[in-house]
Design a protein around this ligand. Sequence first.
Ligand code: BES
Ligand code: ZN
Ligand code: ZN
Length: 514
Amino acid sequence: MNLDFKIRLINNFRKFTSSKKNQKTNNSLQKGLIMCAKIKKIKETNKEENKIYLVTEIKDLKPISLSKAELTYVEKQKKDLESNFITVNRFGYWIFIQFLKKNDDIYLTLENCRKDGDKALNTLNNLKFSKIQIENLSWKKDEVICFAEGMALSNYQYLKFKSTNTKKANSLKEILVAAEIVSANEITELNNVVDAIYKCKDLVNEPPASMTAKIFAKEAEKMAKEVGIKIEVLNKTKIEALKMGGLLAVNRGSVDPPTFTIMEWKPAKAVNKNPYVFVGKGVVYDTGGMSLKPSGSMETMKCDMGGAAAVASALYLIAKAKLPVHVIGLMPATDNRPSGNAQVPGDIIRMYSGATVEVLNTDAEGRLILADALHYAKKYKPELVIDIATLTGAAANAIGRYGIVAMGSKYKNYMDDLKTSGWNVFERIVEFPFWEDFDELIKSEIADIKNIGGPVAGAITAGKFLEYFAEYPWIHLDIAGPVFLDKKDSYRGSSATGSGVRLFYDFIKNKSKK
Ligand code: BES
Ligand code: ZN
Ligand code: ZN
């Protein structure tokens, strides 16, 4: 058999099996939702049922009828053990007393509430509760909301591939909030946020075999349909016709075609004349391509579409809340693999913008597909473009999982607004320097620019590469650190975290008020 023919046979077989496989797994994507504990508002709590009282000081316990012995016990636990979550067993039901962990910084106080929500949730699941009542005795509105948010987000599990005998599904299904200051609308909003984060996590956690570019686009279509978002998916033929050279170059090593998904939320009474455009990196799997990654660094690379997943989920959430803001999402998607036809270091490619790029490392692929999307964004005359991407190990090395690395240009006040949102949802933004001096690091001898910058400032040179294609107010977010965790981080959990979704939602929500 001639070798070329043999390779074609193998490729065809892969196409066949992967499409079969995909049909099967496709239907069952987003199983995580089963675990989603619903939050409900109730008027008052049932007396003889499990509940958590939210209090600030001992004296807040006055309205509830603790016995003398119980009160002494609570005081002792609080003072001697410095415990802020105290359990009282009423033999038949349980009472939990959650003290507020106050900080001078309001954002830290609220984050403590979310973290305490996570801790409480673990206790409740260990006790196999299916529901819990929360009664507010002294907390402020946002504190109650954040506590419930921490609980609900923390309840996420990815159990799709667990067999019945190894599956340990969380028991908690209902979080009943008795707090006058929290409105029914705020509870609905909270459920929507949790739903969007669960969706985003499911997309990112899905294994590479069943998360091709096409499947990603299909999932985005499902989400768009549900909330009335206009969506268009450009297929390979269209991408070729447009000459999106960056996306096509990365896709050359793949047997699966690329996609370019465009979501548009354009409400009738939008507050903005020109749209906000979110651009998400959708590398559904990053092997590094011919510049192959060592296997250890490859293990988690299904997270490389975390940016695209965040954009789809954020738009879903924005539309679900019917925010009166015109927002567009662009999600270029492909996997990055070596093959007989893959691009190699030394290749020069022509991008969608017409610029030429010397590709010196095929593992710096995210910037290639994002550059085409950034050029595409120009046609909308955007008010602001924010791209979000698992772009560099350098960003993750610089600040770890603790925040999002940001940079940008011509962004007016928007960087400050985004930083404020970062504090609001505790997805903290760290702005890196973006001096002109860095420009020279991506200059190429033989093309317009090259796709790597050298040993220093890797996150910044990646940003500089993108800036070359961003001819409008623009911010770049590198989420390589926080997007996917090897160890649980409180309510964010482990594996996919949904990084960027709550951030974008808060940012657009604040715009809708202006
Ligand atoms: N997807 C990776 C970046 C990444 C690293 C994401 C760790 C999440 C966790 C990206 O495509 C990449 O490989 N970047 C290279 C760029 C380098 C070759 C200039 C990197 O950071 O090493
Ligand atoms: Zn890469
Ligand atoms: Zn990548």
